[in-house]
Structures are given as structure tokens and as C-alpha cells.
Design a protein. Structure first.
Length: 462
């Protein structure tokens, strides 16, 4: 049995992943010697190295330390990886990230947020509220919080609460046994893992059965799950459906932020205002504030923390909003996420021309949801498609970005990364969105530079 306090030397295969890096940081905080491998350098691996964590980008077993207590792997690591083969041959204990997260969170009282979309923002917001309250929390986040520039939060005082994103990929969330849980959505996804939508729903069903007796489930209304765990209190939620247990009322938009009252059973918290834009985040806030309230946060703690929440990198990340120009970067990689993104942007900028740049993620997801992608992307005024980001997959014959483009009612352009920047420089889009879960984030800084230079030029400053 793995005992967290007995681990002095830990090695991560895939340390640059968002979930892996949070656990690596946790063990660094505990005083362990932490090191690992990733395929390519990234902003996140650079941050880990600055924090004193050794990271290598070569599979060679000679780079692996010789005094390892535990090896942690991500499902993205292939079975023939030279480092993994070497570590297996040495007989070292090897665990999946999800298993280790389950062990860590099992030592506290867990709040877990699951769902095929919305879970990163909802879990990070929940963690922010608790972290800013007298209750406190430790948190393992699925994105980099802009408030803390980190995906790991450690309370400065003892607290039983742990907040984590519950990832359905590879059935990882079945390692968790939370006291409070939210399910934000159960749309078909990860069909390369599950095969069918029903198999995915079955896993969510199993997740609800693992919520501890006397615990709570905050369930998005309309979610097709039959909750058979009778030891739970189940609350439904929505953005503004008055028939749900938890919802927003009196929603207003002042041109920058949304304001609303939170309605819960036997409790109303008035005058809430999230510090981040997008109408979809009102719904995320309903779930997050409900969980924080169940954990014991006061109305004032919830109101104050919600107003100071700065969001997450690559989740409706408003990079530029000045000089008549808007640039938003978003991780959306599922048709429903793209639908929510474009709808939110339309609501905020109703009379502006919206240009989107989308990088499909995975050949299998592109194949499975091509019609959905085409439908939602056609709602843009102008759309550019980059090549598919393969991640862990090999190409599938006939599945390219053109496969999506051919199904769109609009007239998208399939372009290379190299060709995109001059296009944006020439077009000067009013509202620009970069969309996708691959390496499209590498374009964010160059695009920001182009747009900011154009703003300066239009103001006559250069």
C-alpha cells in the first residue's frame, strides 16, 4: 500500500500534463525529490524547472534517477516508451496519476467536479472561494488559475477540504470518493476510450455511487442519470431555470460583468458578480457557489471571492479588450463547448464581426463529432481551420480539417500555422477567438503582439 509520507523520491512520466504537474508540485511541497520526463518543453515544464523539479525531454533510461520510491504515469505514455520499459524491468512500483490522486484526496474531505465540459472553471472557482474563506482548502486543478498562477493550492492553515477536477478520460474519476460532487455535463466524448455514449454514462453513474454517505451531488438539470445512491442529497442546478433547486435569478449584464442572485434550497445569496465574463460562467458559478455554501462558506465569503476570481488560462481567457479589438483564447474542443463559447461572445459583442481559429483535437474526436463541429463553427462570421492536433493518436484515413470544412454552411479556410499570422495581420479582426486543446496556445503570444501593435498604430502612437 502506498503511504504518501513515505515517498521521498518520485518520478513522473508525462510530468508536463496539467494533472501530473499538480501532483508533482504537491510532492515538491512535501519535501520530496521530484523529477520526470515529458515529450516536449512547454511553458508548464519551464515553470516546474524554475521550482526546482528536474525535467528531461529524452526517453533515455540513463537520465532516470536511481533512487526512486514511486513512478507515476499518464495514459498518454505508450507501453513501449524506453523509460517506462526500463522502470518496469527494475520492478519499481508504478501507478497511474488518477490512482495516486485518489490516494491523496482520500486523506481529506473531497469536493470533486466531473463533466464533459465546465469542470475546470467550476472546480477552480470552487477552490478559489474556499481558499479565500476561513475554511480553506487544498486543490488539484485542471488548469492554471490566473489568481495564483498555479494548478496546486495549499491552504496556509489546516483544513480537511480538498478540491479536484474529476476527469472522465480513461475512467480516471472512478478513483475518487468525494463528499460533495458536481456533474456539469455528460455529452458524448472520449469515444475512443468508451466506445459508446452509454458506456460513458455508465461511468458517470458509477461515479455518483462513490459519493460518500451523507454527501451531496449537484447535478446539471437534464443530465440523463438515474441516481440510485439513496444516501445522497441531490440538488439540480441550471443557469436560470426556476424549477431547479439551485439557479441564478435577476440576471443582468452591465456590458462587462454579469450580476445575479443565487437561489438555493432555504437560502438566497443576493448581489453576486463573477470576476470573469461569459454568460456560461454564471451557470458555473451557480454550481461552485452551491458547493462552497455546502462546505460552510458564508454569504459574504462567497460574494467577495466570486468577485475577485480572475479565471483560468485558456478558459474564456480575455487577452485583449481595447481599441475596438477583442481577443479571447479558449480551450474548447467539443461541439457543446464551442457552442457555449460563441453564444457567450455573441451576447457580449452583439454587433461585432467574430473571427474564429479552430484546431481540432484528435482524429477520432474530429471523425465522431464532425457534424457538430461544422454546425457550431458555422455560427462564426469568419472561420479558419488549422490541421488536426493528433495528441496520442495516429492519423485516420480521410479525417482531416477539410473533413469538417466540407460540412460547414459557412466558407471556412483550412490554413497552416505559418500562413495564419499574416492573414490575421492583414484582416485585423474585430473579435478574434483561438479555439482548441492542442498546441494552438503557442499562437497566443504572437497574435497578441500583432493585435497590440495594430491598436498602437491605429491610435497614432507609432
Amino acid at each position: 500500500m502506498i503511504r504518501i509520507n513515505d515517498i521521498n523520491h518520485i518520478y513522473f512520466l508525462g510530468i508536463g500534463g496539467i494533472g501530473m504537474s499538480a501532483i508533482a508540485r504537491f510532492f515538491k511541497w512535501k519535501g520530496a525529490d521530484v523529477s520526470g520526463y515529458d515529450r516536449t518543453p512547454s511553458h508548464l515544464t519551464e515553470e516546474l524547472q524554475k521550482e526546482g523539479i528536474s525535467v528531461w525531454f529524452d526517453e533515455s533510461p540513463t537520465l532516470i534517477p536511481g533512487n526512486i520510491d514511486l513512478v507515476v504515469i499518464t495514459p498518454a505514455i505508450p507501453v513501449n516508451h524506453r523509460g517506462l520499459v526500463h522502470l518496469k524491468n527494475k520492478g519499481l512500483p508504478i501507478v497511474k496519476r488518477s490512482e495516486l490522486l485518489g490516494i491523496i484526496t482520500g486523506e481529506g474531505k473531497t469536493i470533486a467536479v466531473a463533466g464533459t465540459h465546465g469542470k475546470t472553471t467550476t472546480s477552480t472557482l470552487t477552490a478559489h472561494i474556499l481558499y479565500q474563506s476561513e475554511i480553506g482548502c487544498n486543490a488539484f486543478l485542471g488548469g492554471i488559475s490566473k489568481n495564483y498562477q498555479n494548478n496546486l493550492l495549499i491552504s496556509d492553515h489546516p483544513t480537511p477540504w480538498m478540491v479536484t477536477e474529476a476527469d472522465e478520460f480513461d475512467r480516471s474519476f472512478l478513483q475518487l470518493y468525494p463528499f460533495i460532487a458536481t456533474i456539469t455535463a455528460t455529452d458524448a466524448d472520449h469515444l475512443d476510450i468508451y466506445g459508446t455514449h452509454q458506456a460513458l454514462l455508465d461511468s458517470f453513474q458509477q461515479f455518483t455511487q462513490q459519493i460518500q454517505p451523507g454527501g451531496f451531488l449537484i447535478l446539471k438539470t437534464g443530465t440523463p442519470l438515474d441516481i440510485i445512491n439513496k444516501s445522497l442529497t441531490v440538488y439540480t442546478y441550471s443557469i436560470d431555470d426556476e424549477t431547479t433547486d439551485c439557479h441564478a435569478a435577476n440576471i443582468t449584464f452591465d456590458g462587462t460583468r454579469y450580476h445575479f442572485d443565487l437561489v438555493m434550497p432555504r437560502r438566497i445569496i443576493p448581489d453576486l458578480c463573477p470576476g470573469i465574463p461569459a454568460k456560461v460562467n454564471v451557470e458555473n458559478a451557480v454550481a461552485a457557489c452551491t458547493m462552497a455554501a455546502l462546505a460552510g462558506c458564508s454569504d459574504n465569503e462567497i460574494r467577495s471571492a466570486l468577485s475577485t476570481f480572475s479565471g483560468i488560462r485558456r478558459r474564456f481567457d480575455l487577452r485583449i479588450n481595447e481599441g475596438g479589438r477583442v481577443y479571447i483564447d479558449d480551450y474548447a474542443h467539443h461541439p457543446e463547448e464551442i457552442k457555449a463559447l460563441i453564444s457567450s461572445v455573441r451576447h457580449m459583442y452583439p454587433n461585432r464581426k467574430i473571427t474564429g481559429v479552430f484546431q481540432p483535437h484528435l482524429f477520432s474526436r474530429t471523425r465522431d463529432f464532425a457534424e457538430g463541429f461544422a454546425l457550431e463553427l458555422s455560427k462564426l462570421d469568419e472561420c479558419y481551420l488549422l490541421d488536426i492536433y493528433p495528441a496520442r493518436e495516429l492519423p485516420i484515413k480521410g479525417i482531416t480539417s477539410q473533413f469538417v470544412a466540407d460540412r460547414m454552411t459557412a466558407e471556412p479556410k483550412v490554413v497552416s500555422v505559418k500562413a495564419l499570422l499574416p492573414i490575421i495581420e492583414d484582416k485585423k479582426p474585430e473579435v478574434l477567438l483561438t479555439i482548441g486543446a492542442g498546441d494552438i496556445d503557442k499562437l497566443v503570444e504572437p497574435l497578441e503582439i500583432i493585435i497590440r501593435n495594430q491598436i498602437k498604430q491605429s491610435n497614432g502612437k507609432i
